[in-house]
Write a new protein. Structure first.
Length: 255
């Protein structure tokens, strides 16, 4: 089994990583890493076990111990806040720059995984990617870039597109992706929208971007973004998001 070290410069896209590392032979995945990620990784691990029947454990021993645990053979996936040294790579460790904010788009009987990621190995911005899924825990195609932050309102702080969430209505034949844009630490954080106007979700030309943000700062609300949608018992659709009530307060001022 390959041994992986995942850098927590970005949040772990654990479903894809675990699907790659936890083979059907062992049905067991062990992960070591940061204590600050224990609740998140634990929750995602529970969802992974429900979908695969595999056993997943997370040992929150600190961000510096993930590499050592992988080297010692006591876990399969280690989380680290730094890049691997050349000497560590020579020992057979594999470094993965992980993607973030994965979501599933269900369309015409098929499933697609949509996420925010880097084009290469350097964090100079994030864009949206899509891949076809063969099941709930695996993709079976190469990733395709479907959108880049090319509008001014997507480039404040850093060119960023993240947090995609899919809304579909097959009866009406509509599918959209709502995503967050610009730096999440700025007042300029906002929501954009892509609409599927073509036939193939894997074709970048099938997606049309709104000219302007669909939701942005205003009325004592600053930097709204990273939304999700829920349907109430009465059928009403509600949007949940985080934002600041004071300008310039960044991540610490969210509510």
């Amino acid at each position: 089994m390959k041994k992986y070290v995942c850098m927590i410069l970005a949040v772990v896209m654990i479903a894809a990583t675990l699907a790659a590392c936890g083979s059907n032979e062992t049905k067991k995945v062990a992960t070591d890493g940061s204590t600050s990620m224990e609740k998140m990784i634990g929750a995602l691990g529970e969802a992974f076990m429900e979908n695969t029947g595999a056993t997943f454990t997370y040992n929150p021993t600190g961000s510096g111990t993930g590499i050592k645990a992988v080297k010692d053979g006591t876990c399969d996936i280690g989380l680290s806040s730094r890049y691997l040294k050349d000497s560590e790579k020579a020992e057979g460790l594999k470094e993965t720059v992980v993607a973030i904010d994965g979501t599933v788009l269900r369309w015409k009987g098929e499933m697609y995984f949509v996420w925010s990621g880097w084009e290469g190995d350097v964090d100079v911005g994030q864009q949206l990617y899509i891949a076809h899924m063969s099941g709930p825990t695996a993709i079976d195609s190469e990733r395709v870039q479907i959108s880049v932050p090319d509008r001014y309102w997507e480039q404040r702080g850093l060119p960023l597109q993240e947090g995609p969430v899919a809304l579909t209505d097959e009866e009406k034949g509509t599918a959209i992706l709502v995503y967050s844009a610009s730096g999440s630490w700025t007042d300029a954080y906002c929501l954009g929208k892509l609409t599927l106007t073509g036939d193939d979700p894997m074709d970048p030309g099938s997606w049309t971007k709104e000219k302007d943000p669909i939701f942005q700062s205003g009325a004592n609300t600053y930097g709204p973004g990273h939304c999700s949608f829920v349907t109430a018992p009465d059928g009403q659709l509600w949007m949940l998001y985080h934002a600041n009530i004071h300008s310039g307060t960044g991540w610490n001022g969210r509510s």
